[in-house]
Structures are given as structure tokens and as C-alpha cells.
Design a protein around this ligand. Structure first.
Ligand code: UD1
Ligand code: CA
Length: 460
């Protein structure tokens, strides 16, 4: 295969975002627009990837932090041709350069492969598309007789007749490097916008007999750019809709494909069911038969087969075993590992803890920095007091422990195997195995005690 260089143009101002954040750093599906383009670019296995940036300080290179990239600053920004020219020293003498835009995030790898394959040292390939509403785009001029592309005319420079053309330039193109080295320095800015138009290389190609071809995306959304929050929101919905359809096609049951948000990767086994308004972030893996209840948020979570997550549960950076029951209203925080058949119920928070097979914490508890053994029952309202105001301490609860309701376990503390803790206890020392431990004021009744009564207010 021929050498491939990729240049991503990302120096535009993005004024219509009305934001201090550079446009290409605005997020789509939980990740910057530019990162979507970079992922696509990496998938094409190019020799080099150059990103032309300009707006703002070094926020873009700092945020993206990808050391395989060549960062090229364009200042001032004098047009797309000028932008590409800044990267010229980094382009090989031979081979092909693919030009992408940092604000066009959804182009499919397959579409670009087609474009690159069609390009050669004597072929320039443009990605074009027919739009019902072409205004704002550069129009593709074709020879009336041969139908061949002869030039691109920017809307601002186009005549009324040229503006009737519906085939537009998406801006994405594959150009032979040898020609770029020749053409780019010769671009002029004699046009309505006083800019160096990259699109002018098309007319240059015609004069020297370089063939100009067009490739087309399967879907129009592949070439849509983001210039405003409105367009960003539209692309977000398109992305989510495509992802939801992919899940349905794999056999996942979605209560409503229009009400799911995936901001990362979601891998599902067979017979997975996802109710409405769930959000998946980072890397989430759901095993066969997993059910996720409505309004749940899962971030970097692995859930094994046949586990049910009931509605309104928040789970982050955790591993959940098989046949578990989580929620409703559970909060599972980072560093949690649940073995098989664990139940975590409503208003239970678990942080940086592991719970072994068959154990349950069903109501209103906080379990932090704790190791829980097998078949433990944590009563309602149990709290592991893991923080002394300065440091965090561990609680160990061994197998077959029964902890009565409303117990405080003051860490560091160990509740030994088979212990029973009486309800309402504050446990400050390790407990012996297989015994009942309780710490509780003795119940008493005071004979003849009277409730206080309100003093009568003086009448006026
Ligand atoms: C460009 C094309 C137009 C095409 C349209 C598709 C030219 C002259 N025109 O127009 O034919 O229909 O895209 O959206 O190429 N950029 C820089 N530096 C600059 C100017 C732009 O890096 O000095 C980057 C922008 O960040 C953006 C891309 O290039 O990613 C396109 O710039 P934009 O201003 O949107 O181009 P248009 O004028 O819309
Ligand atoms: Ca644009």
C-alpha cells in the first residue's frame, strides 16, 4: 500500500459555540470531537497524523495528550489551504495525504478507506455529497459534457446559477503528496473571503491533467460538522441512535432505543435487557442475561451473567459477579468487588470493599474499606465508620456473620467468623467468633415520669 499521511484541520475559531473551550474539545458521546476524528485516523494506520490547531493556547494538545501526533500551529488562520500548508514539511514526498476536519466526528473508517484506495499519484479524490439544503458549502463544478469535476466554488464566490448545484464539497479529500508540495505554495487569496482556499487545488489539478474523482459516504451524517451547540446536539442523537441500533441488531433488548446514552464502549452478552434512561460510560461489559433497570448509570463496570440491577442505581469502577441483585437506589463506588449471589439493596453505599458469595446488605447502609466474607447478613442501617477525620481504616467481617440493624463498626475492627452483633451496637473492638456481641445501654422504665407541658402564653 502507498504511504498515507493524515492532516486534521482544527484551527477554526468555533465562534458559534459561544464557549471558552476550543470547538474540537467539546464532547460528543463523552469524548472530544477531535478524539473521534483521531480514533478514525488511527484506524487507517497512517504513517503520520498531523493536527493543525490555532485557537486558544495549548489546551488542545494538552487535553488530547497523544504522543503519536504531530502538532502544527496555524497562526493567523488564513484559510483551509493555508492550514494544510503549515503541515507541508511533515508530509512525505510520495504517497497520499488524507485531509480531515477536527469538527466532523462521525465519518466511518470504511468510507475513508474507499477514498484512500481511489487516490494515487495521478488521482485526487474528493468526498462529496448531494444535499437538499446545500447553502454554506462549496459547490462541485462538473463539466457539462463529460460530467468530470472541474472545480470547487465556495458559496460566497458562487454565482446564483452555481448556487443551484446540490453536490457539495465535504472538505474531506485524498491528495497525492507530490502534487501538494507543488500546489499549496502557489495558492492565492483572491476571493470573497481573502482566504487561501484548499479547494482551489481542484482547478489546479484540472490544468495539469490530474484526475479528480468523487467518493460518497453511505450516510449524510458521516460528513456533518459541528459549528454550534444545536449541531452538536443533533450529532449526539445520531451517534446514540446508531449505537442503539447496533445493540438491537446484536440482540440486546432496549426498552426504548431513543432513551439510552452510551459514552464509551458497551459490550453486551446474550439476552441483555436495558430499561429506559440508562447511561453507560467508559468501558462497560454486561454478561448474558444481565438486566439493567431504568435510570441507572454504569461507568467502567463489569457485570457477570444473570445479575439484575434495579432502577436508579449508580455503579462506578466495580466488578459485579453472577446472579447478584443490586438496587433499586444502590450506589456502588470505585474499588468494589461483589462475588456471586450478592445482594445490595436500596440506599446502600459500598466503596472500596469486597463482598463474598451469598452476602447481603439490603437496606440503608454504608460499607467502606471493608472486606465481607461469605453468607454475611448486614442489617439495615449498618455503618462502617472508616474515617477518623484524618485516615481511613479497614473493617473485616468474616464468613457467616450476622450484623443486627443500626450497628456502627468503628474501624479498624474485625468481626470474627460466625459472630452475631446485637442491633443498635457500637462495636469498637474485635469480636470473638461464633458469639453474640452487643453494646447497648440497658432498657429501663422510669415510673411516674411525666412529659413536659407547654407553658400557657399570657392572654393580652
Ligand atoms: C470548507 C470548504 C468548503 C466545504 C466546507 C465543508 C474551503 C475553502 N472550503 O468551508 O468547500 O463545503 O468546508 O464544511 O476549504 N480551518 C483551519 N484553519 C483555517 C480555516 C479553517 O484549520 O484557517 C479548519 C476548521 O477548523 C475546520 C475546517 O478547516 O475544521 C473547515 O473550516 P471552515 O471554516 O468550517 O470551512 P468552510 O468555510 O465552512
Ligand atoms: Ca464549516
Amino acid at each position: 500500500m502507498q504511504k498515507l499521511n493524515i492532516v486534521i484541520l482544527a484551527a477554526g475559531l468555533g465562534k458559534r459555540m459561544y464557549s471558552a473551550l476550543p470547538k474540537v474539545l467539546h464532547q460528543l458521546a463523552g469524548k472530544p470531537l477531535l478524539s473521534h476524528v483521531l480514533d478514525t485516523a488511527h484506524a487507517l494506520l497512517p504513517q503520520t497524523i498531523c493536527v493543525v490547531y490555532g485557537h486558544g493556547d495549548e489546551t488542545i494538545p494538552k487535553t488530547i495528550a497523544d504522543n503519536e501526533l504531530i502538532w502544527v500551529k496555524q497562526e493567523p488562520q488564513l484559510g483551509t489551504g493555508h492550514a494544510l500548508m503549515q503541515s507541508l514539511p511533515h508530509l512525505d514526498e510520495k504517497g497520499v495525504t488524507l485531509v480531515l476536519y477536527g469538527d466532523v466526528p462521525l465519518t466511518r473508517v470504511e468510507t475513508l478507506k474507499e477514498l484512500i484506495t481511489a487516490a494515487s499519484s495521478e488521482n485526487l479524490v474528493l468526498l462529496t455529497v448531494e444535499l437538499n439544503e446545500p447553502s454554506g458549502y462549496g459547490r462541485i463544478m462538473r463539466d457539462v459534457e463529460t460530467g468530470k469535476i472541474s472545480a470547487i466554488v465556495e458559496e460566497k464566490d458562487a454565482s446564483l446559477v452555481q448556487r443551484q448545484i446540490h453536490e457539495v464539497n465535504t472538505g474531506i479529500m485524498a491528495v497525492p503528496n507530490a502534487r501538494l508540495h507543488d500546489w499549496l505554495p502557489r495558492l492565492e487569496n483572491k476571493n470573497a473571503q481573502k482566504e487561501y482556499y484548499l479547494t482551489d487545488i481542484v482547478a489546479m489539478a484540472t490544468t495539469v491533467g490530474v484526475k479528480i474523482e468523487a467518493a460518497h459516504p453511505c450516510h449524510t451524517w458521516e460528513v456533518l460538522g459541528v459549528n454550534s451547540k444545536v449541531q452538536l446536539a443533533v450529532l449526539e442523537r445520531i451517534y446514540q441512535n446508531e449505537f442503539a441500533n447496533k445493540l438491537l441488531e446484536q440482540g440486546v433488548t432496549l426498552a426504548d432505543p431513543a432513551r439510552i446514552d452510551i459514552r464509551g464502549q458497551l459490550d453486551c452478552g446474550k439476552d441483555v435487557e436495558i430499561d429506559i434512561n440508562c447511561i453507560f460510560e467508559g468501558l462497560v461489559k454486561l454478561g448474558d442475561g444481565v438486566r439493567v433497570g431504568a435510570h441507572s448509570i454504569l461507568k467502567n463496570v463489569k457485570v457477570e451473567v444473570d445479575t439484575t440491577i434495579f432502577p436508579f442505581s449508580l455503579i462506578e469502577n466495580a466488578d459485579i459477579g453472577k446472579n447478584c441483585r443490586i438496587g433499586p437506589f444502590s450506589r456502588i463506588r470505585p474499588g468494589t468487588r461483589l462475588a456471586n449471589k450478592v445482594h445490595v439493596g436500596n440506599f446502600v453505599e459500598v466503596k472500596n470493599s469486597s463482598i463474598a458469595i451469598g452476602s447481603k446488605a439490603n437496606h440503608l447502609s454504608y460499607i467502606g474499606d471493608t472486606t465481607i466474607g461469605k453468607n454475611v447478613n448486614v442489617g439495615a442501617g449498618t455503618i462502617t465508620c472508616n474515617y477518623d477525620g484524618a485516615n481511613k481504616h479497614q473493617t473485616i467481617i468474616e464468613d457467616n456473620v450476622f450484623i443486627g440493624s443500626n450497628t456502627q463498626l468503628i474501624a479498624p475492627v474485625k468481626v470474627a467468623k460466625g459472630s452475631t452483633i446485637g442491633a443498635g451496637s457500637t462495636i469498637t473492638r474485635d469480636t470473638p467468633p461464633e458469639e453474640l456481641t452487643l453494646s447497648r445501654a440497658k432498657q429501663m422504665s422510669i415510673a411516674g415520669w411525666k412529659r413536659p407541658v407547654k407553658k400557657e402564653k399570657d392572654e393580652k
